[in-house]
Write a protein that binds this ligand. Sequence first.
Ligand SMILES: *Cc1c(COP(=O)(O)O)cnc(C)c1O
Length: 431
Amino acid sequence: MPKILLEEKEIPTHYYNIAADLPFKIDPPLNPQTKQPIGPNDLARIFPMELIKQEVGLDRYVPIPEEVRNAYMLYRPTPLIRARRLELLLDTPAKIYYKNESVSPVGSHKLNTALAQAYYNKQEGVKRLATETGAGQWGSALSFACNLFGLECMVYMVKISFQQKPYRKILMQLFNGKIAASPSELTDYGRRVLKDDPENSGSLGIAISEAIEDAVNHEGTKYALGSVLNHVLLHQTIIGLEAKKQMENAGDYPDIVIGCHGGGSNFAGVSFPFLADKLSGKKKSLRAIAVEPTACASLTQGKYAYDFGDSAHMTPLMKMKTLGADFMPEKIHAGGLRYHGASPIVSALYENKIIEARALESQEALEAGVMFAKNQGIVPAPESTFAIKAAIDEALKCKAEGKSKTILFNLSGHGHFDMQAYADLMQYLPK
Ligand SMILES: *Cc1c(COP(=O)(O)O)cnc(C)c1O
């Protein structure tokens, strides 16, 4: 029985808020001018009140609105898979499970928060959302969610991806999203960047600045972010909450939970509900590992400091592991992992040694992705291959040590729009 499924009625009714259980304080975001903690009013121009409440809330459980649960029924609960064939291939005594978020209609976990964010904005009378996207996963998730709840969606897409990923662009347009290649002529900041450097191929930091400027300057428009912030991580805990029930149904519990790490949302989503047991003392030995690319290693190489979330320095200052708001990561196929910072909560968990992090080369991750694709029939998103590689490494360590451990990783998305990554790799893999 490799597939462990839940029924629709078992879709969680509440998100899990880890802030209620942290044994330390998270340093608050600061107003860059005054260096004082920002209040709800500072954020009200760009976020709806309910999301601001969730951003700072300390309730352990946050109810999921009925309309959002209904929308989740399009693809949730997602399957938990015991990868027995992979265990056999690796000849390991370890048990390997993965939560399959690639079954979401847009192909990744990002729809979990997009649906919630679109809903809360709609509830508060917002007409239009502005956002940024790198590889296009978040842009397509938010375009779809906005269309479902009757909002317009404006996406600033990093120019290099806009040029290299035409199919993600078409997917967003199909969901009624409006797209501009960033840096664009639509904002002051975009025009400024282009004036200095007409050939600028864009970055997530620049696109975020443009989207925030757009939201501030357009009546009825707010801004939406696809990772990093507390409320985004909160929504993603639906992954781990389901996985916990599924592991229980399988009569198992993970020793190690693994997620790839860009801004921290899918890693948080799969791991936080299990970390609740570590923090309460029930499962002290549980290990959670965030896996990032060496090309953009904010957790393992970054400083723990207050920094901006964007290039134009428009966001509040956040205390996080960061490579610097102006850091330009080298091009890797895993576009969703090219963000200079890490979520404040994940950063603090890492600094307090409650979670682990490791950095891997893109090439070794993608090769693990090929092995996984051949074995399981799912072509993983380049981002997800980092989690796969770490899971395989842990399983091989079990083999070397003759130990049987239970490993759970999150398959954050599929790679059907990233075939170029695999095409490039196949050139130099042995035939
Ligand atoms: C965006 C994305 C990521 C990275 O973002 P996190 O917030 O760290 O989860 C990982 N995998 C996929 C498929 C993505 O689209």
